[in-house]
Design a protein around this ligand. Structure first.
Ligand code: PMP
Length: 383
């Protein structure tokens, strides 16, 4: 059986979360916005409990949480939703990075086509963005800075704490895409100053198809974000459409488990990382880690094995493990990773790089067997 090592693309749902969701699907089929019967009231209670669990995990207020279909939608609402405010206030300058997920990059490109001016910051060769560079680019008409917390391809943690601290004294909105850190860097996220945060449940033990946009109140007012779809008034119009009660319930339950277990989970991920590095060392294969290990989240390793094409290695190792060479959203194309490219890595290095990502539920013995096979396969490709 093949071992799943692509948690950054999507992590398996926690079976306790799934059990709870099945129960909600079976027993609570009402519409959370129906006011005329108990079925609606019960659904609303479940949704609001989930909102509380979510808010508690981040240390924010319940009314700052808006459920969406996931991080792609949250990113789109956060960025496009500020458009009318930008036009009214004549602030049309945006700063972001060249290593954001496509859900941010394509959205800001669209905004650029509508007359916004966008600065894209490149990371240094270790995969990190410089907070200083961002500070220097702030202008009078800067509307928004959008920086991801953890890069999905390299796992590199970005200096969002520092950027947020600096921006908290300004009127520039700060959006963080926390899709890869939510539920993992729990304490860190509680201490970051941001105005908007995006996440998807399926990266942290919850179901696919649900996520949230967080809008933090400043002087009792939410950021002036408008919904980008017309429809009902659900989620205060930020995200119209019937609330998927069981999915929201699953996200809330995943937050509850993560609140109790995140320290153990991170410790397990650190152990697994040690194990992966030991296996690499023992294999005597040459390898280079993409990104500075000091800043890499412990569930991800993006590494290059010189002389071993990642495409060939992934395909020939399919029966042992499921790994990738970048974002699943781009994996149907053979384009070299734009993230590694932005770090200034050579084409050869990019072509020979793979991403391995795991979670606390990954079985160490199974991982060991799978990676030994994979590394032997890599060796045979060099010899
Ligand atoms: N941002 C980041 C950093 C991601 O890793 C992903 C998922 N790969 C997304 C946004 C988009 O998430 P979803 O596909 O669940 O909308």
């Amino acid at each position: 059986m093949s071992v799943y090592l692509d948690f950054n693309a999507s992590a398996p749902i926690d079976s306790r979360v799934l059990d709870y969701m099945v129960d909600v699907y079976k027993t609570c089929f009402g519409n959370a916005d129906s006011r005329t019967h108990e079925f609606g009231t019960t659904a609303r209670r479940i949704v609001e409990n989930a909102r509380s669990s979510f808010a508690e995990l981040l240390g924010i207020k319940k009314e700052e949480v808006f459920f969406t279909s996931g991080a792609t939608e949250s990113n789109n609402i956060a960025l496009q939703g500020l458009m009318s405010y930008a036009l009214e206030s004549n602030r049309k300058h945006i700063i972001t990075t060249s290593i954001e997920h496509k859900a941010v990059l394509e959205t800001v490109k669209h905004l650029a086509s509508e007359g916004f001016e966008v600065d894209f910051i490149d990371p240094d060769p270790t995969g990190r963005i410089s907070a200083e560079k961002i500070k220097r680019l702030i202008r009078k008409d800067t509307l928004l800075v959008s920086v991801m917390h953890v890069n999905n391809e390299t796992g590199v943690i970005q200096p969002v704490q520092e950027i947020g601290e600096f921006l908290s004294d300004t009127d520039v909105f700060f959006h963080i895409d926390a899709t890869q850190s939510f539920g993992k860097l729990v304490t860190e996220l509680k201490n970051i100053h941001y105005d908007m945060l995006s996440m998807s449940a399926h990266k942290m033990g919850g179901p696919q198809g649900i996520g949230a946009l967080v809008l933090i109140k400043k002087h009792f007012r939410l950021p002036p974000v408008k919904g980008i779809m017309y429809g009902g008034k659900q989620e205060h119009g930020i995200r119209p459409g019937t609330i998927p009660v069981a999915l929201v319930a699953g996200l809330g339950k995943a937050c509850e488990y993560v609140a109790q277990e995140h320290e153990d989970n991170i410790a397990k991920c650190i152990e697994l990382r040690k194990c992966v590095i030991e296996l690499l060392e023992k294999s005597r294969l040459p390898y280079e880690i993409n990104g500075n290990i000091e800043y890499i989240i412990p569930n991800t390793l993006n590494l290059c094995i010189p002389g071993v094409s990642s495409e060939a290695l992934m395909l020939s190792s399919k029966q042992f493990c499921g790994i990738s060479n970048g974002s699943a959203c781009n994996s149907s194309s053979y384009e070299p990773s734009y993230v590694l490219k932005a770090m200034g890595l050579s084409n050869d290095r990019i072509e020979n790089s793979i991403r391995i990502s795991w979670g606390a539920s990954t079985n160490q013995d199974e991982l060991t067997v799978a990676l030994k096979y994979m590394l032997n396969m890599a060796k045979s490709m060099i010899e």
